[in-house]
Design a protein around this ligand. Structure first.
Ligand code: HEC
Ligand code: HEC
Length: 355
């Protein structure tokens, strides 16, 4: 697999990546001193947070599920549905300075942030080492370093990879192999959208001539008008204003999906089995409440979401296949772990999803 593309103004270096990793785990980047990037993107969960929707500084509840950051450097557009976020450097400004919702809450506090970082002995050496020509913490250097670290989050060593590319036939169970056949079968159609090396029809590498982008409505909700979608549920429509873009989201990669529950842009499906039943029904039916209705009646549902027959045994096999996409090395690789010593001001008050 070729490496992810790198913006022209950046040269990847070990110093830059190390700086980015320290920033990623540093809760001093937030207004409450408790919320680091890692607070919503934890390594054991493939850099997701295990919650339906994220909770930011001062307990602010957001609208969206925290996506895995595995292989994020290969994603041509970032977040669940924003077609304009095309670089990690630009996207990193949103959690730090965004207000809808507040995630790290640093809007208007830029200078305090830069001063705080400059006063830390590690950063006093690390910024000049990574940026000899621009040695101070500022928006440019912070976001370049975060982007460089995130580009190293590559996960391509699951049992599926070992069985498929490295000749280790035993790496996958028989159930996972039967599930693989189902996944790539026309009856289920999964592979049409969850395609290629990332199991997503969104992908770019340093060698692809143009990025591949795709957004789909999978029939989670049945509403055709703007009024009644749950918050954050309009998807691509928020940016295009085109009616048929309502409820359309970027196809998530399925790598490590077994550890990134709950699922979908709003975390509204708890388990992989329920995700499969949602597709089998050709859209989700919500019996009551403000969003009650049958997702298979959504007029903007993708034409591939038509439903299919599937037995309980086949659901178990398909689930085993999805579990075979978990890369244990990635979840435990010390190169991606918290670099700060325990009890350091960077992590002493940091909230982490699993503890
Ligand atoms: C409060 C929780 C929270 C914090 C803190 C947070 N994120 Fe996120 N992150 C999210 C959520 C939720 C999304 C999805 C947003 C959306 O789709 O609207 C996301 C999306 C992303 C994405 C896009 C991933 C993809 O697959 O497209 C990247 C990259 C990312 N975050 C990096 C970071 C970095 C870097 C930081 C620290 C500067 C950070 N995040 C801090 C919750 C958080
Ligand atoms: C028409 C394209 C399409 C097809 C076909 C499709 N998916 Fe998806 N899949 C998506 C999109 C888009 C999402 C995100 C939807 C959302 O959040 O609103 C998604 C989400 C998922 C998720 C949740 C991932 C996460 O991180 O939250 C899983 C698991 C999944 N799909 C598995 C499957 C399986 C298994 C099949 C075959 C039965 C399948 N998909 C068929 C496009 C598709």
């Amino acid at each position: 697999m070729p490496p992810p593309p790198v913006p022209d103004d950046i040269t990847m270096s070990p110093e830059l990546v190390d700086l980015g990793r320290h920033l990623f785990y540093d809760a001093r980047l937030s207004v409450d001193g408790r919320t680091a990037c890692a607070s919503c993107h934890q390594q054991e969960l493939a850099f997701s947070d295990g919650r339906p929707v994220s909770v930011g500084a001062h307990g602010t509840v957001g609208h969206r599920n925290s996506p895995s950051l595995a292989n994020v450097g290969y994603m041509p557009t970032l977040t669940w549905a924003n077609p304009h976020f095309t670089t990690l450097e630009f996207q990193a400004l949103v959690p730090m300075f965004g207000t809808e919702p507040v995630e790290m809450g640093m809007a208007g506090r830029e200078d305090a942030l830069f001063a705080r970082l400059a006063a830390d002995p590690y950063y006093a050496e690390a910024f000049p080492a990574a940026f000899p020509d621009r040695p101070a913490p500022d928006l440019y250097t912070i976001t370049r370093a975060l982007g460089a670290f995130q580009r190293t989050l590559i996960s391509l060593n699951s049992p599926y990879d070992r069985a498929t590319y490295y000749g280790e036939a035993d790496a996958m169970s028989d159930a996972a192999r039967r599930g693989q056949a189902l996944f790539f079968d026309h009856r289920l159609e999964c592979y049409h959208c969850h395609s290629g090396a990332l199991f997503s029809d969104n992908m770019q590498t340093a060698r692809t001539p143009f990025p591949e982008n795709a957004f789909h409505n999978t029939g989670l909700y049945n509403i055709g008008g703007t009024g009644a979608y749950p918050a954050g549920g309009l998807g691509l429509y928020e940016f295009t204003g085109v009616a048929s873009d309502m409820g359309r989201f970027r196809t998530p990669s399925l790598r490590n999906v077994a550890v990134t529950a709950p699922y979908m842009h709003d975390g509204s499906i708890a388990t992989l089995e329920e995700v499969i039943r949602h597709y089998a029904a050709g859209g989700r039916t919500i019996p009551d409440g403000p969003h009650a209705g049958a997702g298979h009646e959504n007029p903007y549902r993708d034409s591939l979401i038509v439903g299919f027959e599937i037995s309980d045994a086949e659901i178990a096999d398909l689930t085993a296949f999805l579990e075979s996409l978990t890369d244990q090395d990635f979840l435990t690789d010390s190169a991606f772990a918290d670099p700060w010593p325990d009890g350091h001001p960077a992590n002493a008050n940091r909230v982490m999803p699993l503890n």
